[in-house]
Design a protein around this ligand. Structure first.
Ligand SMILES: [Zn+2]
Length: 346
């Protein structure tokens, strides 16, 4: 079957009662897609950020379909990022809606502020270990703190286990944990209609940066900080699992237009990650480098707000190279360098 143009895919989803409501965010990514599912209960996947502007846009979009916030019966959270869950608590309070999310995300969502604080401390330790200078770390911390109020704590009343079914009157959504972009990424598969609500797991126009995030099950006050997860390794495993799904025509993402040929897009992403790993391997074959030095070689001095993204990107590929035996990690005091493995020159 040839891929459908995005407008067709949206129209087809709408024909099944799934409507994209795109809301403004203050972030570089632009709009975030929430999805209204006209079923019983009336269901909203993701909420937009915690802002009056987003709430206003959501109310207008709901009204255009003849609904109010107060009509919502179920709010589903796809993952822990603030542009997806920021308004959940306000919407749940006003509507009395149940809030469903992956079970592992529930404790984090309940203690959002402490979770973000611990995430910042974790990010700081990762940045220190991988060579990011203190002035950049402090600037990034300030940025993170200024962003924090775009999210908010929310109470998950219906925790969902990976692999379980979320059943509405007219449809069943299979709940699938697909960690990588964030530790809590969850996609919702309507097997019967061959539609997936995919959030940020797979986005057409941007590769979903696998951010290095504090593990969801780590204690908030863990000292020393928890081990760094191998986010890109998890992400590629998640992508491969999604690639194997042959009962999918449309993936409705958290940003931008629907994905109508997920196998082709995933293959393209896998090739892109292979090429980037090769490029990093070539740099490391010249001399050992910290992840920060690799990022500078690849992208120069990026904006402060991008420093953690690019670090995560390099660390992800370094993890892949280490797993393949092509690169080794060398610890020098508190700093880690990566070096090409001996005898594996290519
Ligand atoms: Zn996200």
């Amino acid at each position: 079957m040839s891929p459908r143009p995005p407008a067709d895919a949206l129209a087809r989803a709408a024909g099944h009662g799934v409507h994209r409501l795109a809301l403004p965010t203050p972030f570089a990514v632009g709009l975030v897609n929430t999805y209204l599912i006209e079923d019983d209960p009336l269901t909203l996947l993701d909420s937009g950020p915690n802002s009056g502007t987003a709430l206003d846009a959501l109310e207008t979009a709901l009204a255009a379909r003849g609904h109010r916030v107060e009509d919502l019966g179920l709010i589903v959270i796809s993952h822990q990022h603030m542009d997806h869950l920021g308004l959940v608590s306000i919407l749940a309070r006003r509507s009395g809606a149940e809030v469903a999310a992956l079970d592992a995300l529930a404790p984090w969502a309940a203690r959002y502020a402490e979770g973000m604080e611990a995430d910042d401390a974790f990010a700081n330790s990762v940045m220190t270990e991988h060579g990011i200078p203190q002035d950049i770390r402090l600037a990034l911390l300030a940025v993170s703190q200024s962003y924090r109020h775009w999210g908010a704590a929310s109470t998950v009343t219906r925790p969902l286990a990976d692999g379980c079914d979320l059943t509405l009157r007219d449809r069943t959504l299979r709940v699938l944990h697909r960690p990588g972009h964030s530790p809590s990424d969850t996609i919702f598969h309507d097997v019967q209609r061959r539609i997936v609500l995919g959030a940020d797991h797979l986005i057409e126009r941007i590769s979903s940066n696998p951010l290095i995030s504090r593990p969801l099950d780590a204690p908030l006050d863990a000292d020393p900080p928890p081990a760094r997860p191998h986010a890109l390794v998890s992400y590629l495993a998640s992508l491969r699992a999604t690639r194997e799904m042959d009962d999918v025509d449309i993936i409705l993402p958290g940003h931008g237009d629907p994905v109508t040929d997920h196998v082709e897009l995933i293959d393209e992403r896998l090739r892109m990650h292979d090429r980037r790993a090769d490029k990093i391997h070539r740099l490391l074959a010249e001399r050992p480098l910290t992840a920060y030095e690799v990022a500078q070689e690849l992208w120069g001095n990026v904006a402060v707000t991008q420093a953690y993204l690019t670090l995560s990107e390099v660390l992800g590929h370094a993890d892949l190279l280490v797993a393949d035996g092509r690169v080794v990690e060398q610890r020098d005091g508190e700093v880690v360098r990566f070096a090409a493995a001996q005898g594996r020159g290519e």
